[in-house]
Design a protein around this ligand. Structure first.
Ligand code: TLP
Length: 346
């Protein structure tokens, strides 16, 4: 392998479609999806509903649009949604819940494994009072991006959903990487999504498609979400061309996620041997490796010079993500370059 090859571990969003995926896209049967006439989009939506165990599904442009449309469909203006303080919805979605949906997000603490404390969540659900917003929604993220790709076990989701439902609060799962969660938990996606009223998952991350996410839920929810998607300009026309990549991803890209999980473990064990790295490799469950180094900016800069790209999800924190296109040899090479960079003067 040449020294010059860039090993891009910034995100699993950087994958490019395989030749077979491109062929499936080129050959896709298409129609006008706003008229409900695109057979490939319909197929993707049927497959997505089946795999998540929900009645219906809606193809959307992105994970962010999936969460936004879910919030718009579950919440009225001035309603409140509870989400973890480390949730993607809170950290990375340009406050779309407030800015577009008109919903206020109230945060509960995520622990290091991305979990929410049921007691805290229950205490945040508003009682009947003329001053209070109506608590309409609880959002759970699985796997949890900022919490090292941790898996939220099905029993945790069930407990949270039971308490939310007791209070008339609906539950949405941001399952951008729920296929990774299912693999690591040894459960089905439908088991993980079962307790929730809606779940969105991304095709454009670990599953390797160039674009798209799917939002799933019951028929009435998806009918409303379809209107909300149109409202935010997400009604796409011959979208079968991109949905075909999603169909291909569901059929061919799910099994290979095991490779990413294995590579993440190898990388984490290698990194943990470096004195400057603070990481317990046993906490790495899926395809995201997050660790602490004192000078994260200098560390990332040194790695970039060495041709290894990563991100910084916070002060003193480095994130590396495994994905299609990154193989075991790349991990060995990345570890070599990290060791070198760690020893080199800044
Ligand atoms: N996450 C991206 C960045 O936005 C941080 C990444 O590189 O991990 N939910 C979760 C849990 C996500 O991790 C992401 C993307 C989204 C939603 C949004 O998906 P897109 O990027 O398709 O809008």
């Amino acid at each position: 392998m040449s020294e010059r090859r860039i090993i891009d571990l910034r995100s699993d969003t950087v994958t490019v479609p395989s030749p077979e995926m491109r062929r499936a896209m080129a050959e896709a049967a298409v129609g006008d999806d706003v008229f409900g006439e695109d057979p490939t989009v319909r197929r993707l939506e049927e497959m997505s509903a089946a795999v998540t165990g929900k009645e219906a599904a809606l193809f959307v442009a992105s994970g962010t649009m999936s969460n936004l449309v879910a919030i718009m469909s579950h919440c009225g203006r001035g309603d409140e949604a509870i989400a973890g303080d480390q949730a993607h919805i809170v950290q990375y979605e340009v406050a779309g819940a407030a800015g577009v949906a008109g919903a206020q997000v109230r945060t509960a603490r995520n622990d290091a494994r991305g979990r929410l404390d049921p007691e805290e969540v229950e205490s945040l659900i508003r009682g009947e009072n003329v001053h209070h917003p109506n608590t309409a929604l609880l959002c759970i993220e699985n796997t949890h991006n900022r919490c090292s790709g941790a898996v939220i076990p099905p029993e945790d989701t069930q407990e949270l959903a039971d308490l939310a439902h007791r209070h008339g609060v609906r539950v949405h799962i941001d399952g951008a990487r729920i296929f990774n969660a299912a693999l690591a938990a040894g459960a089905s996606v439908a088991d993980l999504a079962g307790p929730a009223d809606s779940v969105g998952f991304c095709l454009s991350k670990a599953l390797g498609a160039p674009v798209g996410s799917v939002l799933c839920g019951d028929g009435a929810f998806i009918a409303r979400a379809r209107k909300m998607r149109k409202m935010v300009g997400g009604g796409m026309r011959q979208a079968g061309i991109i949905a075909a990549a999603g169909v291909y991803a569901l059929e061919h890209m799910v099994e290979r996620l095991a490779e990413d999980h294995e590579n993440a473990k190898v990388l984490a064990h290698g990194l943990a041997e470096l004195p400057i790295v603070d990481l317990d490799p046993e906490t790495i469950e899926t395809n995201i490796v997050i660790f602490r180094v004192e000078d994260a900016i200098g560390f990332a800069r040194g790695l970039k010079r060495a041709g290894v790209l990563c991100t910084m999800p916070g002060p003193g924190r480095i994130r590396m993500v495994m994905h299609y296109g990154i193989e075991r040899a790349d991990i060995d090479e990345a570890l070599d370059r990290v060791r070198h960079a760690a020893l080199a003067p800044a």
